[in-house]
Design a protein around this ligand. Structure first.
Ligand code: GDP
Ligand code: IMO
Ligand code: MG
Length: 422
């Protein structure tokens, strides 16, 4: 297998970082293709925790080339801080980390605008406040700044001037916020550009070359399919193409088809921020899963909302990205619960719906549940219980693709492979 993708199959935080780190061992490149430092990807190795935001989750394997593709929105200050931190853990140099010259830059204006909009409402998205949406807006309206623009002051002034007058009026009269002047922002960005220039390259051609040489490439998604700008639960989504399609526009795999697309899903469901969540547990059991699963956002520290596994949404995710297998995580959190349920379908206006679709009114979807005998496996190396097997088998049959990996703890080694990924 030469190309593989790891994509969140729910609303993010499914354990993509852990699975990417695990499979990166067998790969030559790990490529981020969308999102930015709104992501928080956690890896545990021998009791040491690493949280990555924009640096790919293969970075702990020094043989692996980490690539930040052109579909990513990059906040240079955060990138450099993350880089400094990660250098204390593993060797990272311009040889094994590359940043696309045409990735879009998140400026201070984007962060301020994100925060101001969230404060103003009336409909809050519950964003991470990192400036992601406003940066993608500027990209699409052709006013964005590319990483390569940071390396030339004149270009930077010219690019930053586009839309500045509009932003200045907006900040002053609508949000009553003081914003940095163009000069200040140019100085700041130019300085940051100088610090990161050794890492900047044409990653499209780099990936193309590596593929031609038969190197193995793993594309690491951020967020999840249900947060996709087109497929997700709009408007409560992020501003990028989190689904598999984002790989083609955000990194480029010239002439190559993705051979394996692994959807990472928790054995239950979580969501941070606002938006519909049909299987949400707003009771003691929801609290119990939240506490036991340490369900706090890795980027913002916010409590994650928790609920039962939602198969109509997962079936939809399988279709949106042509998932070929599932990595099912956090099964240990479900062990020893007093109750265990899965939503196998919804009732919508008196009709049974087995698979969600774009625009479905999730607020009007009544989950239909199947109850399972709770399992109490300790995952200590013995044979899984028949109750555990029944739970996993039901998910697999319902989705029509194999559960190729399951995880039962945060550490790199706390996994079972049920199929080979080689
Ligand atoms: P990502 O954004 O998809 O990479 O996921 P996050 O890192 O935001 O959140 C997943 C959380 O679950 C992290 O704290 C992981 O360390 C943890 N985790 C991943 N897999 C498992 C698992 O199987 N069991 C347990 N208990 N924790 C896990
Ligand atoms: P990883 O990669 C979970 C959510 C936010 C909010 C919405 C929009 O760690 O899985 P944004 O800041 O992107 O404009 O926020 O998307 N969100 C995430 N939720 N995991 C993430 O990333 C997320 N990135 C953004 O909470 O609801
Ligand atoms: Mg996360």
């Amino acid at each position: 297998m030469q190309t593989m993708a790891i994509i969140g199959a729910q609303w993010g935080d499914e354990g993509k970082g852990k699975i990417t780190d695990l499979l990166a061992e067998k790969c030559d490149l790990v490529v981020r293709y969308q999102g930015g430092h709104n992501a928080g990807h956690t890896i545990w190795v021998n009791g040491q925790k690493t949280v990555l935001h924009v640096i790919p989750s293969g970075v702990l394997h020094p043989h692996c080339l980490s690539v930040i593709g052109h579909g990513v929105v990059l906040e240079p200050e955060n990138f450099l801080a993350e880089l400094a931190k990660i250098k204390g853990i593993t060797p990272v140099t311009p040889e094994n980390l590359k940043v696309s010259a045409t990735a879009t830059v998140i400026t201070n204006y984007h962060k301020l605008l994100d925060a101001a909009r969230e404060a103003q409402g009336p409909e809050k998205i519950g964003t991470t406040g990192k400036g992601i949406g406003p940066a993608y807006e500027d990209k699409v309206s052709r006013r964005g700044i590319k990483v390569k623009d940071l390396l030339d002051k004149d270009t930077l002034v010219r690019r930053l001037s586009n839309g500045y007058a509009e932003k200045a009026v907006l900040f002053k009269h609508l949000y009553q916020i003081e914003i940095p002047s163009i000069e200040e922002e140019v100085e700041r960005l130019y300085r940051l550009g100088e610090s990161m220039k050794d890492y900047v390259t044409d990653t499209f051609s780099l990936i193309d070359e590596k593929l031609a040489k038969g190197k193995r490439v793993l594309y690491e998604g951020a967020q999840g399919i249900l947060l996709d700008i087109d497929y997700g639960t709009y408007p409560f989504v992020t501003s990028s193409s989190t689904a598999g399609a984002g790989i083609y526009t955000g990194a480029g795999i010239p002439g190559k088809k993705l051979e394996e697309v692994i959807g990472v899903a928790k054995a239950y469901t979580t969501r941070v921020g606002e938006g519909p969540f049909p299987t949400e547990l707003i009771d003691d059991l929801g609290e119990e899963i939240q506490t036991k699963g340490h369900e706090f956002g890795a980027t913002t520290g916010r409590k994650r909302r928790c609920g039962w596994l939602d198969l109509p949404l997962l079936r939809y995710a399988v279709k949106c990205s042509h998932l070929t297998s599932i990595a099912l995580t956090k099964l240990d959190i479900l062990s020893n619960l007093r109750e265990l349920k899965v939503c196998y379908a919804y009732e919508v206006n008196g009709r049974v719906v087995e698979c969600a679709y774009p625009g479905i009114n999730l607020y009007g979807a009544k989950p239909l549940y199947k109850s399972f005998t709770p399992f109490s496996d300790d995952f200590g190396g013995g044979k899984p219980s028949k109750e555990f097997e029944a739970y996993v088998a039901f998910i697999q049959e319902s989705l029509g693709i194999p559960v190729g990996i399951y995880a039962y703890g945060p550490d790199r080694n706390q996994v079972v492979f049920r199929q080979k990924y080689s």
